[in-house]
Design a protein around this ligand. Sequence first.
Ligand code: ATP
Ligand code: MG
Length: 586
Amino acid sequence: MTERQIVARLAREARPYYPRLGMAVLLGAVNSVLLLVGPWALGVIFNKVIQPATDRAAHVQPDLNALYLALAATYFSVVLSNFATYGTSYITTWCGQRFLASLRQSLYERLLRLPLQVFDRWRPGELIARFNSDLQVMSDAVSVSLPQSIGAVLTFVGSFVTMIVIDWLLTLVLVVIAPLMSLAVSRFQKLISSSMSRSQSRIAHLSATLTEVLQGQRVVKAFGREEFEAERFRNRNEDYFGAFMKMNQFVFMQPAVISAILTLGVVAIIWLSAHEVLVGRLNGGSIMTYWLLVVNLVNPMNRMAAFVGDLSKAIVSTGRAYELLDLPVEEDDGAQARPLPRIRGAVEFDDVSFAYDERSGLALRGVNARIEAGEIVALVGPSGAGKTTIVNLIPRFYRPQQGRVLVDGIDLAHVRLADLRAQVAIVPQDPQLFRASIAENIRYGRLDASDDDVRAAAVEANAAEFIAQLAEGYATEVGERGVRLSGGQRQRIAIARAIVRDPRILILDEATSALDSHSEALIEQALDRLLPGRTTFIIAHRLSTIRRATKILYIENGCVLEVGTHDELLARGGHYARLHAAQFAL
Ligand SMILES: Nc1ncnc2c1ncn2[C@@H]1O[C@H](COP(=O)(O)OP(=O)(O)OP(=O)(O)O)[C@@H](O)[C@H]1O
Ligand SMILES: [Mg+2]
């Protein structure tokens, strides 16, 4: 997206805030008028009091009423102007933060609807950076720069117009240097936004490193790689530091250059106006007012230059946020998507080929398989064969590039995604628990499950016993990744979660790591209660689960090579028999 497109979109999306922003501008305009009062009053004091008092030869009495009036006007205009500034800042910040809050929400909702491919491709830190540092840059812009720049622009306009009224010829000088200034501003803006992009992508890199280490701290410790990770972080930290400082060079240099140009104009104006007084075209009071207005002008102009820098930073960040916001969501329901009423659970793979992305090769090649409703299917095969990939297609986490996956004879490509997933439950290999109570973690399977349902599910999953031993029972909070529970306990909670969901199709990725035999027995009992009546896919590593299956799919290299029961396949003496001999036979 180009900078212009980003700004246009921003302007469009900010439309609901226009009335409020209009108020802010109105208050800013009031403020800019109030700021004229001081210079005007000083001019009056000079002409009506100071001039007559110093130049006694003129025999004009100093006008003390005018003095007091001018002083009162100065005082009240300053006080009111500060309140008006407060109003402008508050309203603008409110609008900005409201806008950001809803942007943050949309970003989050978008994130929830992204297809899994995106998460395969983007590192979590990259995504997190858009939430943290990019939104922070935008927040600074809307809370600090925007209100101040509204004030500055209006003050500039007010002073400028008044200066034209007092002496348009003089003021022309400023108009002459304007193109020079805008040239400088636009040059800097380009430099700032390109260096800003670089700096933001480096901080994303940095935070990706951080999240990786946080997720993998056990690995880091186990391999004693603290120094190595510190070094890696140091390099990226330095990269970011360098990029950030480069950007700030431009940000800080901009006002200096702008002010060099501007001051040239100001000096010319002062020189010319002094000349005007010398030749008698302007009186002392007007010149005093005029000079004060020039001062009024310089400050906002300097600030505006800085704001342009902040705003171009913010635009870069907005672009990065929009980039995330525009990622295509999971291909959901076209208008023709069929509702999927309660299914029986027959699943068919019809010549399915699939690749995760263009670069990697086929993960599945021409898979054909028919699974009747209620069957228990064990997927067996070497690591990397494509077992997880096959089951990933059932809840439509991914779509096959070729062939069809059918449920009860209906092509999954054409059904409503929500209907499909409502009837599928997954017990992953390494189940993740949310940071919430155990009861809430189980209820995640079906949000309207009653407490009794939750308890019943826990009993069925053989989890009730260990839950009862926890100090707070079902209300026990489990950590961010459930670290306070053992693998077997987490898996049983995940099974309870699947049980409350009461799915028609159950997908179970058996833990490869050996559980202790007690947990294993408990989990098997739980499965025996969960499996009947549902179609179940088990990526099986244990002989006992494989034996229980009504059908075994032997998978290798993305192809289903053998199909049959344990005994049939053993009798055939093929791939499965060899795997069995190598893995299980004593
Ligand atoms: N998210 C992904 N993006 C790209 N390629 C992937 C992705 N997940 C798996 N693959 C690739 O697809 C192939 C099949 O992987 P899959 O995870 O299905 O194997 P698996 O049979 O489940 O193995 P394991 O028993 O080790 O879990 C592998 O070559 C793997 O590299
Ligand atoms: Mg797998």
